[in-house]
Design a protein around this ligand. Structure first.
Ligand SMILES: Cc1cc2nc3c(=O)[nH]c(=O)nc-3n(C[C@H](O)[C@H](O)[C@H](O)COP(=O)(O)OP(=O)(O)OC[C@H]3O[C@@H](n4cnc5c(N)ncnc54)[C@H](O)[C@@H]3O)c2cc1C
Length: 343
């Protein structure tokens, strides 16, 4: 049995773990570490501190299938639809740009992190949170992986699925193992940055707008607003509504190095101008997405990058493809091919 560490419990990492378990069941012992307190990464779902049943998706909002990806990834879509993890988007969205005809949008009634939780459960992996990987050292035929405040552990194979700048922050032997050409390619990867606010409301609060989500084009700060429960078509009214607000990328970049506490009131002030009748929320969560969506991925890349072959150290994620559901599936499948041929 090879001991495989997957760093990152986002979509790419959870799907890599699931593919390993399903396709190579007796060959691997899978461990997933993530620095956060829960699963999802940029597909995370936040809960209201006052009512855990009131949730909001602060990152990814929809799963949008083009005809091409709906066909080549049909088994992934079918599995999630059969389990009611994905449902077609039926709620009205104002100003959505349909880049391609016949695109089908899906929502996740239980929050977008339900996709990741599904894959992690299927993987049977040992999943540990609050594990912030800082150093990776080579020890003969294995890797010694260190995380903040924890004991180092040994693994036969390591898979890195975090945003590319966070891969480049790793210390230890991994720094010198990244070849000059590979480093240049990784350093060229870029991401947009934005803030997200989640507003949680008490039960029985009414938000009377004719849309479930709306793209805003005439405000320097706010780019997108969704009445999240309405967007996800949640029937239950046992908890209050929730609202998510995404800022524009120029606003995100302008305020990137400021504290969240200083930026939150600016976003709220702009939101009030756009929605003066919005009731006062019960609680608010502010999220800074320093690495939001990939604006330039690794050039000429087959969806993964092998940093070292024996022992294997490989990286994947949307930085190696593109920033959405299908980009992560594409990368996870490519990482899996590399793992399969080395096991
Ligand atoms: C605001 C926003 C809106 C978006 N909208 C959409 C959308 O509508 N539809 C869509 O399909 N996609 C959307 N995306 C993109 C989508 O969310 C991402 O492409 C996808 O979630 C990336 O998954 P990943 O697993 O590759 O990376 P991530 O989700 O970033 O997962 C990487 C994980 O690694 C962990 N990590 C990082 N460093 C370390 C470390 N040193 N040690 C341990 N763990 C570490 C992180 O905590 C994280 O959980 C959006 C993203 C954002 C931010």
């Amino acid at each position: 049995m090879s001991r495989v560490l997957i760093v990152g419990a986002g979509l790419t990492g959870s799907l890599c773990a699931c593919l390993l378990r399903r396709k190579l069941p007796n060959k691997v012992n899978i461990v997933v570490w993530d620095k956060s307190r829960g699963a999802g990464g940029r597909m995370s779902t936040s809960r209201s501190p006052n009512d855990p049943s009131c949730t909001v998706d602060l990152g990814a909002q929809y799963i949008s299938a083009t005809p091409y990806y709906a066909r080549i990834h049909s088994s992934f879509y079918e599995e999630l639809l059969a389990q009611d993890i994905l449902k077609p988007l039926v709620a009205p969205v104002e100003g959505m740009m349909l880049k391609e005809e016949e695109i089908v949008n899906y929502v996740t009634p239980h929050g977008v992190s339900s996709i990741i939780k599904h894959y992690l459960k299927e993987s049977g992996a040992e999943v540990l949170y609050d594990r912030h990987v800082t150093h990776i050292h080579r020890k003969s035929t294995t890797w010694e992986v260190c995380c903040k405040g924890g004991m180092p552990e040994r693994f036969d194979i390591v898979v890195l699925t975090m945003p590319v700048p966070q891969i480049l922050q790793l210390q230890g032997d991994v720094e010198s193992l990244i070849g000059e050409n590979q480093r240049r390619m990784l350093e060229a990867v870029s991401y947009s940055s934005r803030y997200a606010l989640g507003l949680f409301y008490k039960a029985d609060t009414r938000i009377d707008v004719p849309w479930a989500a709306k793209y805003v084009s005439n405000n320097p700060c706010v780019r997108f607003i969704a009445i999240d429960d309405k967007k996800r078509n949640l029937a239950s009214k046992t908890c209050g509504p929730s609202v998510v607000v995404h800022t524009s990328v120029p606003f995100g970049i302008q305020h990137l190095e400021e504290e969240k506490d200083a930026v939150q009131p600016i976003i709220l002030e702009e939101l009030e101008k756009l929605m003066p009748d919005l009731p006062q929320p019960d609680s608010i969560k502010c999220q800074k997405w320093r690495y939001s969506q990939v604006t330039r991925s690794v050039a000429d890349c087959p969806g993964q990058m092998i940093l070292h072959s024996q022992p294997l150290l490989v990286c994947g994620g949307d930085g190696f493809t593109h920033s959405n559901f299908d980009g992560c599936i594409e990368s996870a499948l490519k990482v899996f091919e590399v793992l399969k041929s080395s096991l």
